[in-house]
Design a protein around this ligand. Structure first.
Ligand SMILES: CC(C)(COP(=O)(O)OP(=O)(O)OC[C@H]1O[C@@H](n2cnc3c(N)ncnc32)[C@H](O)[C@@H]1OP(=O)(O)O)[C@@H](O)C(=O)NCCC(=O)NCCS
Length: 158
């Protein structure tokens, strides 16, 4: 199994939308959009616009995003957003790709990328109910802090 990060561009964004529609819940991969549930045309447009604004449009970009490719097929996304001396990371994978070690491989690739930018700390946040994300971050060596329902993970980059 080859796990690779492909920098987001328009063709990669089209592949990412297909992966999201095929295997993820909208709420797992984008901010909430009002309306009927599921991957409505409005939500598909919002997904694409979300990534254009956050990553592809130089005037508004705040983060770098990659498509997670497993053996050349898009199965999810990973991101790094600078925050002061730290970078904040995020990952989602399609349902069929979870629990197979892909998240751990992606985290290792993100950590290497974060180190190469010179960031001092790697941050991520999740919720107490997200056992997969918590296990993933703890196993990467991050220190997890819980406040109410929010879990913050921090790892010093040496
Ligand atoms: C969270 C997520 C990225 C984890 O990736 P993954 O590929 O499923 O995780 P891995 O298979 O690499 O497992 C990593 C570790 O977490 C553990 N783990 C994975 N899923 C788990 C689950 N549902 N419950 C408990 N532990 C779990 C694994 O046993 C492994 O532990 P180990 O390193 O001690 O052996 C993935 O499940 C996902 O995309 N979830 C939906 C979106 C999401 O919640 N993103 C994170 C938001 S912060």
């Amino acid at each position: 199994m080859e796990v690779a990060l492909s920098p987001l561009d328009e063709p990669a964004l089209a592949r990412l939308l297909d992966a999201a529609v095929a295997g993820a819940d909208p709420l797992e991969v984008m901010p909430p959009v009002i309306g009927a549930p599921g991957w409505t045309p409005e939500r598909r447009t919002a997904f694409v616009e979300f990534h254009r604004a956050r990553c592809l449009n130089p005037a508004t970009a705040v983060e770098r995003t990659w498509v997670v490719d497993v053996d050349g097929e898009a199965v999810g996304a990973a991101r790094l957003q600078p925050r002061g001396d730290a970078v904040e990371a995020g990952i989602w994978l399609s349902r069929a790709s979870r629990g197979r070690g892909i998240g751990s491989r992606v985290t290792a690739l993100l950590l290497a990328e974060a180190r190469s930018t010179g960031a001092a700390r790697f941050l991520a946040s999740t919720t107490t109910g997200n056992h997969g994300a918590r296990a993933l971050l703890a196993s990467a060596g991050a220190v997890l802090t819980t406040e109410g329902d929010e879990v913050t993970a921090e790892l010093a980059l040496g």
